[in-house]
Design a protein around this ligand. Structure first.
Ligand code: HMG
Ligand code: MG
Length: 308
């Protein structure tokens, strides 16, 4: 299974968005900018920095316009932001974003709770986002949530998710990230879902987005990589969750993924020690310990070394 791994993968960092959207404490704008800077310093080249959504729905990201306008642009680093509709695109354009991401769910109930629309209405609203964003020179990514299971409906037919992913690609999304929003997926299921997707969609047009609620995110990521998927979403320290998916916890921790990739000899361009520094900063900003395993282990080693 591990003989034919890709030579390199792209890690798409979602901590400043997926992570901070679910934090009880609102991190000040200055702190968010420091975190994004630390992540870019660690070598991450694709970072989702915020969401242009209703501040009533997602209060922790109410400063999206300021974050996006003030973040220091770097050659070779792409910053992205979630947008649900034309109003979100307007905000993202005004703030100078180069990439936006549209999002919807494979299950009706989660979609309704998350964006207050049916799946069909959401796809229709994207007509006013994807084309115009492309015309404005932006890259557009898409997300399909609840592919591995829905907190309200349970099992989800992966063919429904594939149909939505194909529609997003047809509209002009360069890549669709498949979300295990509530972290219920297991490796055999991941193999079946990825195989089904690859029947119709090219591997480079797919990304995998695992939440680690039940400890299976890294195993699922490994299956995806072994199947030829070369973009993995991850969140520094395992920050995160979806506020409209009860019990959903953080994403696969970026540093755990990077540690595994190092062991497998798969290139990623990220400096693990600098990632730990970014994780330490993220912990300070949210004022609690983060679940990432490598981060815990490395910080414990450093504390021990400092006391001898
Ligand atoms: P709505 O209430 O149906 O919107 O919400 P509306 O069009 O009726 O407008 C109501 C008000 O919202 C108006 O303001 C609009 O101007 C404003 P008012 O007149 O009342 O003052 N509004 C906006 N404000 C700022 N930016 C906007 C915007 N649009 C409308 N873009 C809406 C619909 C989509 C806006 C709302 O449901 C929303 O913001 N939802 C956000 C949900 C969200 O961000 N969820 C988390 C991200 S998804 C996720 O985490 C999953 C993912 O990680 C993948 C995975 O894990 O599977 C991606
Ligand atoms: Mg997510």
């Amino acid at each position: 299974m591990l003989e034919a791994l890709p030579k390199a993968v792209s890690v798409y960092e979602v901590g400043p968005r997926d992570g901070l959207q679910n934090e009880a404490a609102v991190v000040p704008t200055e702190g968010k900018l420091r975190l994004i800077e630390a992540l870019a310093d660690a070598g991450l080249r694709r970072i989702e920095i915020t969401s242009f959504v209703s501040p009533k729905w997602i209060p922790p990201l109410a400063d999206s316009a300021e974050v996006a306008a003030r973040v220091r642009r770097r050659e070779g680093t792409i910053f992205s932001a979630l947008v649900p509709n034309a109003k979100g695109l307007e905000g993202a354009r005004a703030a100078g974003m180069q990439e936006v991401a549209v999002f919807l769910s494979a299950s009706e109930t989660h979609n309704k709770k998350n964006v207050n629309k049916t799946i069909a209405e959401t796809l229709q609203a994207f007509e006013a986002v994807v084309g115009p964003a492309r015309e404005a020179g932006m890259r557009v990514r898409g997300y399909v949530s609840t592919v591995w299971g829905c907190p309200y409906e349970g099992a989800v037919d992966p063919k429904r998710a594939r149909k939505i992913a194909e529609q997003l690609i047809g509209m002009g999304c360069y890549q669709v990230s498949l979300g295990d929003t509530i972290g219920v997926g297991t490796p055999g299921q991941t193999e079946r879902i990825v195989d089904l997707m690859l029947e119709r969609i090219a591997p480079e047009a797919l990304a995998l987005h695992f939440h680690d609620t039940r400890g299976t995110a890294l195993a699922n990521a490994l299956v995806g990589i072994a199947k030829g998927i070369t973009t993995l979403d991850a969140s520094i320290g395992g920050l995160g969750g979806c506020p409209y998916a009860p019990g959903a916890s953080g994403n696969l921790a970026t540093e755990d993924l990077v540690y595994m990739l190092d062991g497998l000899g798969v290139a990623h361009g990220i400096d693990l020690e600098k990632l730990v520094a970014a994780g330490e900063l993220a912990q300070q900003l949210v004022a609690h310990e983060l679940p990432g395993r490598y981060l815990k282990a490395r910080l414990a080693e450093k504390r021990k070394a400092a006391t001898v």
